[in-house]
Structure formats: structure tokens, C-alpha cells
Design a protein around this ligand. Structure first.
Ligand SMILES: *Cc1c(COP(=O)(O)O)cnc(C)c1O
Length: 366
């Protein structure tokens, strides 16, 4: 039995209604922005519970434009977690700003107790990453950011419908970025992203800068970018957005099956499972003894396990100019050597989950 990491063909097993709708977009030549993008923005804002959503062309741009709209630019510093996908850092870097890392907790998200000591006179914003689907400790983070008058832009790319103390990820900061990349929990047929905010001024600014800063066809209010959400992708998003609660529930259910089996298995250690959050399992990540051997064993037995990620960002060649060195973020570094990601896709059947458990158990029984 093979257990794949994702099941995109199943996700779009019946593409005809979407293709029909795209046909009408094509017949009308309605390719940029327009009613379908607005409809998707409204549905997305309703889903998260914010006043506004602004569609852009990727999760990376969602973060980059949100920071830009807050005035982040050349020479500024932006604090984020040492353990994230490279796009968080890329978004900060694209504005000429400098990413400043803080180490992470055993549940993989920013250790907010370390933020205060990372603040300097150049700090302009903080980007907490709700990584793996696990929300950051927002209450203490908001406290420290309020004390220093720093805006928060949440990287919620992996955490649609996650909650912290009963409140949705994406509703804590000045703005939040979501990704609709094919591997994310809400996925379209290519790249797209969404920014949510409650601020009317921020939403207006974001609508300007995603579309060249054009106030109208003839008037440029500020310099912006071409970062519109494709109308074709909005059609896909509209077809899928109502399924996000079910997708989320299935992934949480799958994770609970794994948790029940692994909590008593020597060799696997679960991260702390916190009472005050809803973790939505974009990634199901655990600590494993002999991680690399287990990874090989899983792959050899048809289970598409992955490692997110074996080399921490701060030790990557492409980030060497930031001047970080081994030992700077010990928890992130320790995790990189022992984490493993097991398939948790919403399409997995109970038999497949049990196959994964069986293969892991067999490895440690040797
Ligand atoms: C996917 C992701 C992004 C970027 O999203 P794209 O749509 O691929 O640009 C940013 N941050 C995190 C944590 C992500 O997982």
C-alpha cells in the first residue's frame, strides 16, 4: 500500500463545474480582477472573520505587500522565527529589509519570550509564523509589540482556520498573509495568496499596491507592483472555500489517530499538544530517534514522509550574508536533526494511516 503525501488529483476529481465557470471567464475575456475576485475576497474574509480580504498572486506577496503597506523598506529590520519556510524571509528581503530571527519553542513556533531582546531602533515590524498549522503565543507577543509600538503581520500561510484562545489565526495582527499554493490546505490551480485585515486604510492601500498603485486607469497614487490574484484562480477558490472547514476537520482527525498511536511509542516524541489552540496540521511533525534511518525506511515502504527542513534557514548558504553561525538558535538547530513530517492529507483513509503507524512501529521494533 502506498501512502502519498498529497492527493491533488482527488481534490479536483470532478473539475467540470470549475472548468465550466472558467469557460465563461474565457468567453467574456474577464481575466483581471472583476466580480469573481471580489466574490472570493468576500468569502475569504467571512471564513477568517475579518472585515477585508485582498487577493494577491502568492502567499509571499501577501506578506511582502502587507509589510510594504506598513512602510517597511530599505534598512529596516523585521523580526521573525528562525524556523519557517524560506518565503517568509524572501518577503522581508524583497523590500530591502533585514530578517532578524528568534529561536522557536518545542512546538515549532516563535519563542515570543525572545522577541524583546531582538528589538533594535531599526525594528519596524514582527512577523510571527503560525508554522505547521500551530498558532504562535499571540497574547504575550501582542503585549511586547504594543510596548514597543511595533505592528504585527501574521504569516498564516500554513494555518487557515487555526485558533489561539478561540480566535482565528490571521485576526491578531495589522494584517495576515495566506497562501493558496497547491500544497496548502486551501489550494488553487497555481499560485495565489490572500491578505486579511480589519483596517479600511490598510485594505485600501493593499488594493492600490497590488495593482501598480493605480487609483484609476489614469492616476498613479503611489508606486506599487503587479500582484493581482488571477481571476481564473478566484474561480477555483470560490469552488473550494466552503470545503475548508471539512478539510481542516479531516486533517485534525488524521493527526489524532497518529497521536494516539505515537504517544506510547518509544522512538517517537510528540511536540507538546497545547490546550488553548486549534492546530490545523498543514504539517504533522514529530521528533524521531534515528530520524534519517526512519525516513529511509518509510520511503522504502511506500510512505512519502518528508523533512521540513533538514538545514535551518540561518545556516543556508543563501542567507550567509546575515552573519548567523551554528549555535545561534539551538532549539531550531536541534529540531532540524530530529523532526520528521508524516502524510496527513485529508484524503487519507484509515487503512493508510494505520499503514504509516505500522511501518513506524516496525522500524522501532527492529
Ligand atoms: C507557503 C508559505 C509561504 C509562501 O506562500 P507562496 O504562496 O508559496 O508564496 C510563506 N510562508 C509560509 C510559512 C509558507 O508555508
Amino acid at each position: 500500500m502506498k501512502v502519498r503525501y498529497s492527493y491533488l488529483p482527488q481534490q479536483f476529481a470532478d473539475p467540470d463545474p470549475i472548468l465550466e465557470e472558467i469557460r465563461s471567464v474565457v468567453m467574456k475575456g474577464d481575466f483581471t480582477l472583476g466580480a469573481r475576485v471580489e466574490e472570493f475576497e468576500e468569502k475569504f474574509a467571512d471564513l477568517i472573520g475579518t472585515r477585508y480580504a485582498v487577493g494577491v498572486n502568492s502567499g509571499t506577496d501577501a506578506l511582502m505587500l502587507s509589510l510594504k503597506a506598513l512602510g517597511v523598506g530599505h534598512g529596516d529590520e523585521v523580526i521573525t522565527a528562525a524556523n519557517t519556510f524560506i518565503a517568509t524571509v524572501g518577503a522581508i528581503n524583497a523590500l530591502g529589509a533585514r530578517p532578524v530571527f528568534v529561536d522557536v519553542t518545542p512546538y515549532y513556533t516563535m519563542d515570543v519570550s525572545q522577541v524583546a531582546s531582538a528589538i533594535t531602533p531599526r525594528t519596524k515590524a514582527v512577523v510571527p509564523v503560525h508554522y505547521t498549522g500551530e498558532p504562535v503565543d499571540m497574547r504575550p507577543l501582542i503585549d511586547v509589540c504594543e510596548q514597543h509600538d511595533l505592528p504585527i503581520v501574521e504569516d498564516a500561510c500554513q494555518s487557515i482556520l487555526a485558533e489561539y484562545e478561540g480566535k482565528r489565526a490571521g485576526t491578531f495582527g495589522e494584517a495576515a498573509g495566506f497562501s493558496l499554493h497547491p500544497l496548502k490546505n486551501l489550494n488553487v490551480w497555481g499560485d495565489s495568496g490572500m491578505i486579511v485585515t480589519d483596517s479600511v486604510d490598510h485594505a485600501r492601500m493593499l488594493r492600490l499596491i497590488r495593482n501598480h498603485g493605480m487609483k484609476s486607469r489614469d492616476e498613479i497614487e503611489i508606486l506599487g507592483y503587479n500582484s493581482r490574484l488571477d481571476t481564473v484562480q478566484a474561480v477555483v477558490g470560490n469552488a473550494l472555500v466552503d470545503q475548508v472547514p471539512d478539510i481542516t476537520a479531516s486533517r485534525i482527525e488524521n493527526a489524532s489517530v497518529y497521536d494516539a498511536a505515537f504517544s506510547s511509542l518509544e522512538g517517537i516524541q510528540l511536540p507538546p499538544r497545547r490546550e488553548n489552540v486549534r492546530q490545523v496540521y498543514h504539517l504533522y511533525v514529530v521528533y524521531a530517534q534515528n530520524r534519517d534511518e526512519l525516513h529511509t525506511h518509510l520511503l522504502e515502504n511506500g510512505v512519502s514522509a518528508k523533512i521540513h527542513y533538514p538545514i535551518p534557514l540561518f545556516l543556508q548558504e543563501g542567507l550567509s550574508h546575515l552573519g548567523y553561525k551554528p549555535g545561534d538558535f539551538p532549539e531550531t538547530e536541534r529540531q532540524a536533526g530530529s523532526i520528521i513530517t508524516l502524510p496527513v492529507d485529508q484524503h487519507l483513509e484509515p487503512a493508510q494511516l494505520h499503514r504509516v503507524i505500522e511501518v513506524v512501529e516496525a522500524f522501532y521494533a527492529r
